[in-house]
Design a protein. Structure first.
Length: 299
């Protein structure tokens, strides 16, 4: 079983015909036929049925397909790693919370583009749970997230910095007149949930015993939309302090006298089997430096 045979097989599947596969791979149709036949003989199975209107994969072909794609992908990665002599390169598909993308990671992206021009970054903002699951199943190479420090199955993680959370309200909200707040003051107020799905919301609501009998929750996916909703007096919100520092400074939002009983951290996670990827290693190192410098500049 050779890589070129597997490439012929996957290309036939992709294009739907031997003729189109030959054109895609810039070779003759008899060459494609020969490679497929050799692959079938080597495996002792039939991979395609020839039908009057084209071809159809057999059950053996369906079973082989994901393995063939993985082998081709790994072969290409190995070739690039050898030819680049370990220099970080290739494409990294990264997940991130919106608050981190907008308020923590832009200097990191700039640094990576200048320092490692052969690394192509693709950043996608989604909630932490979806991001980490996508890292585990290979849809993402790595992810930045805010959460508690805890073991995460199948992943390596590193802490970049503590991520302070602050409860905020609009300047005219009644709770801004209080010197102290009880839990009932919080749970009886409309909660505006920025970044719906963020893990710190779950920690917060669990710590205060939120349930369906409490005040309503307004769910918003946008950090900016949540800030505008809070500023207009629709409710209160627990948010990373870094996302509201400007609004707190100019009075558009007010810090309420309440702090969570738990701590969360900005972290970086990647699959354990991706630990030797030079691009991931470079990103981990750069993230630690850039975020550390960023936090130091704000203290």
């Amino acid at each position: 079983m050779e890589t070129r045979q597997l490439l012929a097989f996957t290309t036939v599947v992709q294009t739907g015909s031997f003729t189109k596969a030959a054109a895609t791979l810039n070779c003759s149709q008899p060459t494609i036929t020969t490679r497929i036949k050799a692959l079938e003989e080597g495996l002792g199975v039939v991979l395609f049925r020839r039908l009057p209107r084209g071809i159809q994969m057999t059950s053996a072909g369906v079973e082989l397909l994901p393995f063939a794609r993985n082998i081709i992908n790994l072969t290409e990665k190995a070739r690039k790693a050898i030819t680049m002599n370990g220099e970080p390169h290739g494409k990294l598909i990264i997940g991130s919370a919106q608050s981190l993308t907008d308020y923590r990671l832009l200097p990191l992206i700039e640094y990576m583009c200048w320092r490692y021009p052969s690394v192509q970054l693709s950043l996608h903002s989604r909630n932490a749970l979806n991001n980490l699951n996508s890292v585990r199943d290979g849809q993402l190479d790595c992810a930045f997230f805010i959460g508690a420090i805890e073991p995460r199955e199948g992943l390596e993680t590193t802490v970049l910095c503590p991520e302070p959370l602050v409860m905020v309200a609009g300047p005219n909200h009644m709770l801004t007149q209080r010197q102290t707040l009880a839990e009932d003051d919080i749970t009886s107020s409309t909660l505006i949930r920025a970044e719906n799905g963020a893990s710190y919301h779950e920690l917060f609501e669990h710590s205060l015993g939120y349930d369906d009998t409490r005040a309503p929750v307004l769910e918003l996916d946008s950090v900016d939309a949540a800030k505008r909703a809070v500023a207009s007096g629709l409710g209160i919100a627990l948010m990373p302090e870094v996302t509201v520092s400007s609004e707190l400074a100019d009075g558009r939002l007010v810090r309420l006298p309440w702090s969570p009983t738990f701590r969360v951290y900005t972290q970086f996670g990647w699959r354990q089997d991706n630990s030797t990827n030079p691009a991931v290693t470079a990103l981990v190192s750069a993230a630690a430096q850039v975020v550390s410098d960023q936090v130091a500049s704000l203290t």
